[in-house]
Design a protein around this ligand. Structure first.
Ligand SMILES: C=C1C[C@]23C[C@@]1(O)CC[C@H]2[C@@]12CC[C@H](O)[C@@](C)(C(=O)O1)[C@H]2[C@@H]3C(=O)O
Ligand SMILES: O=C(O)CCC(=O)C(=O)O
Ligand SMILES: [Fe+2]
Length: 348
């Protein structure tokens, strides 16, 4: 079946083992995973290897839930600035405006960042600081997080199946754990006229997500881009009915670099607001993150030093958005070590 949605965009949905893609300007780019396809597990493995990014269709999450949360978010973001400024300021959880993270990154964005532990005292304080109907907002966020968490764990179970892992829950258990350190983000990119000189307005600067997996849904406004293997930016055609999944740094480590933590960013040049909601599935703080022995081929060396999620987060929060946060945890490769007598000399 071939679906034409826009003249420049062709989406193919085969229900065969052949992977499905979004084609953009005739360049094959973003894999589409049909959750109802029996080959989904193999397609997920390939997408995580090649792009670290894919779109999920037939996910079973009702559109009404996504729209309801989107409109509550829009209600909040449409308040006068002085009302939004009454909310707990992001540190890291709370309402943030233009500033992303603690180290000087800025963007054309405002957001609410929340822990998924919605019943904690700090979450209650945050919801209570929002004007409007905080209980209704919280209940929508709760249902939404429940649904996307289920989708994320199902994707991770299929990933383990596709890899023929003995334990199906080897990845998904991290998100299912009561202590899982997962977070949720509502982003609003206000309208922005295109700046002069064909320059881009950065909504959310380039970065990788530190967690295991991220599940993103946005309204139908463009802006999200992913970097391909050559570092070129590929625009992701928005689709408000689908979810976009990206591999995070922790999954890259667990797979010893086989799966790619995809670099992405948001460019906002639209006269319309972009609204996105992202669930970042993270491990418990004390979880040790290292390549899974069963994923290492015979003789394959681990590329990363083991770290706990709490250590990684501490280090991540000292970094700038665009930094490569994993390089601090990469092992020095023996093959790359140059013997002392050759250092500083031209060899050849
Ligand atoms: C600049 C920063 C913002 C960020 C924490 C950090 O110090 C580096 C990682 C950033 C990031 C990117 C993905 C998610 O949006 C996020 C919530 C996360 O876990 O890591 C953000 C952090 C943030 O905005 O607090
Ligand atoms: O808003 C988006 O579409 C992406 C935002 C993002 O990458 C993030 O919040 O980590
Ligand atoms: Fe991100």
């Amino acid at each position: 079946m071939v679906i034409y949605s826009k003249p420049s965009l062709l989406e193919q949905n085969f229900s065969t083992p052949i992977r499905t893609f979004i084609k953009h300007q005739q360049k094959t780019i973003i894999p589409v995973i049909d959750m109802s396809n029996p080959y989904a597990k193999h397609n997920i493995v390939k997408a995580c290897e090649e792009y670290g990014f894919f779109k999920v269709i037939n996910h079973g999450i009702p559109m009404e839930l996504m729209s309801a949360l989107e409109s509550e978010a829009v209600k909040f973001f449409s308040l006068p600035q002085f009302e939004k400024d009454k909310a707990v300021p992001a540190s890291p959880f709370g309402y943030g405006n233009k500033k992303v993270g603690p180290n000087g990154d800025v963007g054309w964005i405002e957001y609410l960042l929340l822990s998924t532990k919605l019943d904690s005292a700090s979450s209650s304080q945050l919801f209570n600081s929002l004007r409007g109907n905080p209980d209704f907002f919280r209940s929508l966020v709760k249902s939404y997080i429940g649904s996307v968490k289920n989708l994320a764990t199902e994707v991770l179970r299929l990933l383990a199946d596709g890899l023929m892992m003995q334990e199906r829950n080897v990845f998904s258990r991290l998100l299912e754990d009561e202590e899982s350190d997962s977070i949720f983000r509502l982003n609003h990119y206000p309208p922005c006229p295109p700046p002069p000189n064909h320059r881009n307005t950065v909504g959310f600067g380039e970065h990788t997500d530190p967690q295991v997996i991220s599940v993103l849904r946005s309204n139908n406004i463009t802006g999200l881009q992913i970097a391909d293997k050559n570092g070129s930016w590929i625009p992701v055609p928005p689709d408000q009915n689908s979810f976009f999944i990206n591999v995070g740094d922790s999954l890259q480590v667990m797979s010893n670099g086989r799966f790619k933590s995809v670099k992405h960013r948001v460019i906002q040049n639209s006269m319309k607001s972009r609204v996105s909601m992202i669930y970042f599935g993270g491990p418990p703080s004390s979880e040790r993150i290292a390549p899974l022995p069963s994923l290492l081929a015979e003789g394959e060396q681990s590329l990363y030093k083991e770290f706990t999620w709490s250590e990684y987060k501490t280090s991540a929060y000292k970094s700038r958005l665009a930094d490569n946060r994993l390089c601090k945890f990469e092992k020095q490769q023996l093959s790359r070590k140059i013997p002392l007598e050759y250092r500083g000399k031209v060899i050849g």
